[in-house]
Design a protein around this ligand. Sequence first.
Ligand code: ZN
Length: 374
Amino acid sequence: MKRHHITALLLLLLAALICYYSGRNFLKMHEEEAVYPSSHLTTKKRLSDYFPGLKNSPGDSSVYIFEGQKEGGTLLILGGTHPNEPAGFITAILLVENIEVKQGRVIIVPRANNSGFMHSDPQEGNPQRYSLGTPSGSRWFRYGSRLTNPIHQWPDPVLYVNPAGQKLSGTESRNLNRSYPGRKHGSLTEKIAYAIMRLIDEEKTDLAVDLHEAAPEYPVINAIVFHENSAELAVITLMTLQMEGVDIRLEASPRNLRGLSHREWGDFSKTHAILLETANTSHGRLKGKPSATLIINGKDKNYQKAAQLGRLFVPFDEDGIPLKQRVSRHLASLRALVSGLYELYPDLLIQIQNVPSPTDVEQAGVGAFLRPPK
Ligand SMILES: [Zn+2]
C-alpha cells in the first residue's frame, strides 16, 4: 500500500469517527427525560387521544390528569409550548410529581410542543441538557428550541398564513404559539395546536394557562397576559399576587395578533385563557456564554449592566433571576388564578393539595421537590 493510500484511509476513518460521535450526540436530543408522577395521578393520556392524527408522530405528548372525588372546575396547565423556556416546563413537571386533587380536575401537559424538545436552536450554543439535584441524585432535563424540529416539519414557507389568518414570517410556521386554533390536516405544529384545542373542548376546561418565559429585555415579562374573557380573573389574580409581594403586571391579549394561545383559546373555546411570562436570562440576546449553569442560576454580568443602564423590564442584580425564583413565581400565579376562579365562580372550585409552596421552592430550590431518579 502506498503512503498516500494510508493517509486517505486514516482521514476516512477520522471522518467516520466524527460522524459517529456527532450523530450519537444529535440523536441524544430525541431522548426524553424521566418523569415520576405523584401516586395521586388518575389517568395518563396522550395528545393523540384527543386527535388521532398525532399518533406515532413526534408531536404526540403525555397528558397527566388528576381528578378529585368531588366535582369542581377543570384547570389545564401547559409547559413547554416553547421548549427553551425551562421555568414553564419544570413547573409542570413539579406539579405532576407532587399534587393530589381533592375537588375538580387538573390536566397537565409538560411538553406541549414535544418536537421542539428534540433539537436545539442552531448557532446559539445552548447546552442540550441541564441537571437538577434532588434529595438523592440528580436528574437531567432537555433544553430545546422555541420551534418545532425542522426534521419533522420542512421546508418553512416564505410567508406563513396561520390558521387564524395572520401573515407571519416563514419560520413562525413552526411556532406552536402562532398556530392556534390549529388545522386538522395542517403541518405538524398546526396539528399539535388542533389537538390542544380538542383537549380543551373535550375536557370542558374552565381555565387554561400557558406557561412561558421571555428575555429580560422583552417588555411583556413578569406578566399575566389575558384574553378579554378573563379580564376580571386577571385583575383579581394581580391583586392577590401584589398582596403577597409578587411584582407582576397585566397585559391584555391584542385582538389583532392572531394564532396565540391566549387569543385563540379564548375566541374558539369556552375556557378562560391566560398566559404567564417570567424572565429567562439564558433566553436573552445580551447574555454572555450560554451554559447549563446560566439556565439554572440566571446570573449574567451583561444583564446586570443593562439593568444599571435602565434597559430591562425587570430588576436584575448580581443574584440574577434563578430558575427556582421563576418556578416559584409561576406556582404563586397558578395558586392565585385558582383562588380567583373560585371567587368569581364558586362552583368551579379546584382543590389541590401537596403543591410545593412558592416560598419553599424559592428557598430550597426546585430539585428539593422533584422525585429522586429511579
Ligand atoms: Zn414563550
